[in-house]
Design a protein around this ligand. Structure first.
Ligand code: NAI
Length: 330
């Protein structure tokens, strides 16, 4: 579940004696809610936010990658770690084990942050599960479970925080998307649809809430966590890919999240970033590529004879994420 933690930044941040006053001031006084923060990328978000001086609501139901079972232990462990390590920095953490996947429980997560810290400044929609299956075999239950956690869960938690962000005229949302949705991947119709939906949700929030100085951005991470560990590795090609993925540390995603959460990121909204080890990417958003026009309108025949040949040069190949990110992590 927990990725390797060998970067120097991480080691420094976890030593109470190494608390950097400049870093602490980045988020001091802010309250941050991180969903799915009991392990993987979310745990590193929670710890990095605390290292930057924030109070953190550590939400996690402590479930398996497939979303089966629950355990209060992971969220409490991360909260305890923060309270022990970052007390001197003024950070405070509270554990919460409500699910993001229902409206009522998602509301309880936000209420818990308000009760604990008296405010809420940042929401990180990070909780996630996988139920991979080729589309032609995917069950309705597998579809619903993934959509409920990623897409519905992101909406529920974001929506529950929205009235508070609106009335205080500030707030920051960070949502985790994936190149499985932005580009494509095999056997992940549920996950790809949810993650592309999350990108659309983020853009809509950014547009709707800009007038209240509320920002919303996506991060598409590449990190070696237990989630990646569940990637099918049947072929040699798949096995080689997973070996490369192991070099990507979960803690490498957190600095961008801290930047976006801080006032330094106040001009940044409606964007999709990808982070892979030491690379940060600004991802594209869909725009028209090429158009064709006939004054008299189109028939199926003229579309075949004129429109498709004119547009074909710009068709996208059936690429997966790994075809586009075809070089090793740096
Ligand atoms: P992870 O499996 O280590 O962590 C996900 C956490 O979410 C778990 O601790 C789990 O208990 C929690 N969770 C699941 N359902 C929940 C629910 N209903 N309510 C509250 N918590 C719940 O996974 P990882 O890799 O850290 O992923 C974090 C996010 O990043 C996910 O949204 C994932 O889709 C996304 N992502 C990760 C990538 C990677 O390379 N690891 C790639 C692309 C996206």
């Amino acid at each position: 579940m927990n990725g390797p933690r060998c970067c120097a930044w991480w080691r420094d941040a976890t030593r109470a004696s190494a608390i950097d006053p400049e870093k602490v001031s980045q988020l001091s006084g802010k309250a941050v809610l991180v969903t799915g923060a009991g392990g993987g990328i979310g745990r590193d978000f929670a710890l990095a936010m605390a290292a930057a001086g924030a109070s953190v609501l550590v939400n996690d139901i402590g479930t398996s990658v497939k979303g089966e079972g629950s355990d209060a232990g992971p969220a409490q462990k991360v909260a305890d770690e923060i309270n022990k390590t970052f007390e001197a920095a003024g950070a405070r953490a509270v554990a919460n084990t409500d699910s993001v996947a229902q409206w009522e429980s998602a509301n309880r997560i936000v209420t818990n942050a308000l009760d604990a810290f008296g405010r809420i400044d940042v929401v990180i929609n990070n909780a996630g599960i996988l139920r991979d299956r080729f589309f032609f075999n995917m069950s309705v239950e597998e579809w619903r479970a993934v959509i409920d956690v990623h897409l519905n869960g992101s909406f529920y938690v974001a929506r529950a925080a929205a009235p508070h962000f609106k009335s205080q005229e500030s707030g920051c949302y960070i949502h985790m998307t994936s190149t499985s949705g932005l580009i494509g991947n095999l056997g992940q119709a549920n996950y790809s649809a949810a993650k592309l939906g999350v990108a659309g949700l983020s853009k809509s929030i950014a547009l709707d809430m800009a007038k209240f100085r509320v920002r919303s951005n996506c991060i598409s991470p590449f990190a070696w966590s237990r989630m990646i560990g569940s990637i099918q590795t049947e072929t040699d090609d798949q096995k080689a890919r997973v070996e490369k993925l192991k070099s990507m540390e979960t803690a490498k995603i957190a600095p961008l999240a801290v930047y976006l959460a801080s006032d330094h990121g106040k001009e940044v909204s409606g964007q999709i970033f990808a982070v892979r080890a030491n690379e940060i990417f600004l991802m594209g958003q869909s725009r028209p590529l090429r158009s064709v026009h006939r004054a008299e309108g189109w028939t199926p025949e003229t579309i075949g004879a004129h429109a498709i040949p004119a547009l074909r040069a710009h068709f996208y190949p059936l690429e997966r994420s790994q075809d586009v990110f075809s070089w090793d992590p740096l």
